[in-house]
Design a protein around this ligand. Structure first.
Ligand SMILES: Cc1ncc(COP(=O)(O)O)c(C=O)c1O
Length: 370
């Protein structure tokens, strides 16, 4: 079981749990928090919607603290794919801008969305083997005929963390709409939205935020909100949801225009508790611990096996390792040692969180270097 600095505040899993790029462990009080903030409201309030809408405000406030932004700049979304679908169809059409730039390293689901919802555009993929740390690569693809660019803050297969602040400086210069995917970085890499000055940020709570599935979100820059006109709307997208005049739809001024009809509540209540715990521990502390533990592994491994950049600031929270012909043997040994990890296109993915300890990582290192 986990024995890291804050292990007691999270539900335990047997073995060395390093699957935080996939699902973060639930906080120890997850069920109790949901009981108090969702079921109790439902059972005991004559008008539970008041309490439930307050719960969504609490969710947005927790996100605002996490990303140094304003609560009204966030809108709940089921997941990133759905949010991206809505963003692409809501995006202003601008003459002479007929391209969408993304990379072959983006999460496939995001690529599926761009192919289906971006059919009015020419899709330009930065190839799989391009060095996404290199601004020259991005500069080659970003030009004045590009409508929007999808930029992933931490790529799931390689762990690479591209220079988002530099990329968004360039997209702003070229008036390209920037859409940042923070699914793999939120909760493990500190993010300051003021620094990026992106147009749109898409995320979820299921991984490092320990908030469970179903609680995605989008962040919309206040300057950009007015330009986006979603077609997937509902009364919660209305400037005044309780006006109830069927002939008078007016977009909410802020990100809520992307909300839709009667919202789901429970997943966001569960997620709020996760985000609050991560905020309390502090993403900077989590990052420092994550780097210490990933360095412990990286320092015991040679360059050919390390598929993630060796420089910690160039990677997200995950290390990706491939040992060539020894790969299958090492996978079997890690499984035998009860290390929880997965294996993707580029190799074994290992993602230590604040509940993991250096002693647990010793176990991993001893398997990998035996
Ligand atoms: C980089 C990245 N983007 C997006 C997602 C998930 O997208 P969705 O919320 O649509 O399932 C993942 C999940 O692993 C991811 O790693």
């Amino acid at each position: 079981v986990s024995s890291g600095p804050h292990a007691a505040r999270f539900t335990q899993q047997p073995g060395v749990y390093l699957l935080n790029h996939s699902v973060g462990l639930p906080p120890i009080n997850a069920a109790e928090y949901a009981e108090q903030n969702f079921f109790e409201t439902w059972r005991e309030q004559a008008e539970p919607w008041r309490g439930w809408i307050d719960a969504i405000t609490t969710f947005k406030t927790a996100l605002a603290e996490l990303f140094a932004a304003h609560p009204n700049e966030f809108c709940p979304q089921t997941n990133l794919s759905s949010a991206l679908t809505k963003i692409l169809s809501a995006m202003p059409k601008r003459s002479g801008r007929n391209k969408i730039v993304l990379t072959e390293q983006d999460f496939p689901s995001m690529g599926f969305v761009v192919q289906q919802a971006g059919q009015d555009y020419e899709l330009v993929f930065i190839p799989r083997d391009a060095d996404l740390l290199d601004m020259n690569v991005w500069n080659e693809y970003l030009s004045r005929d590009v409508a929007c660019a999808l930029i992933t803050h931490a790529y799931s297969n390689t762990g690479v963390q591209p220079p988002v602040t530099e990329i968004t400086a360039r997209t702003r210069e070229l008036e390209i709409i920037s859409i940042i995917d923070v699914a793999q970085s939120a909760g493990v890499v500190p993010i300051d939205l003021d620094q990026w000055r992106a147009d749109v940020v898409l995320g979820s709570c299921v991984k490092w935020l320990c908030g469970g599935p179903g609680a995605g979100y989008l962040w919309l820059s206040p300057e950009a909100s007015d330009h986006f006109q979603p077609t997937d709307v509902g009364w919660f997208s209305h400037a005044d949801p309780f006006e109830f005049d069927i002939h008078n739809f007016r977009y909410a001024e802020d990100a809520s225009r992307f909300w839709g009809g009667t919202p789901s509540i429970l997943p966001y209540v569960v997620a709020t508790n996760g985000i609050a715990l991560i905020n309390e521990i502090g993403v900077a502390n989590i990052r420092q611990h994550n780097i210490a533990l990933t360095e412990q592994i990286a320092n015991s491994i040679d360059d050919t096996a390390l598929k993630t950049p060796r420089t910690p600031t160039q990677r997200g929270g995950t290390l990706v390792l491939h040992f060539g012909d020894n790969q299958e043997k090492l996978i079997a040994k890690l499984n035998e040692a009860e290390v929880r990890f997965d294996s993707r296109a580029f190799g074994i993915r290992l993602s230590p969180h604040i509940y993991n300890s250096s002693a647990e990582i010793d176990t991993v290192v001893s398997v990998l270097t035996a």
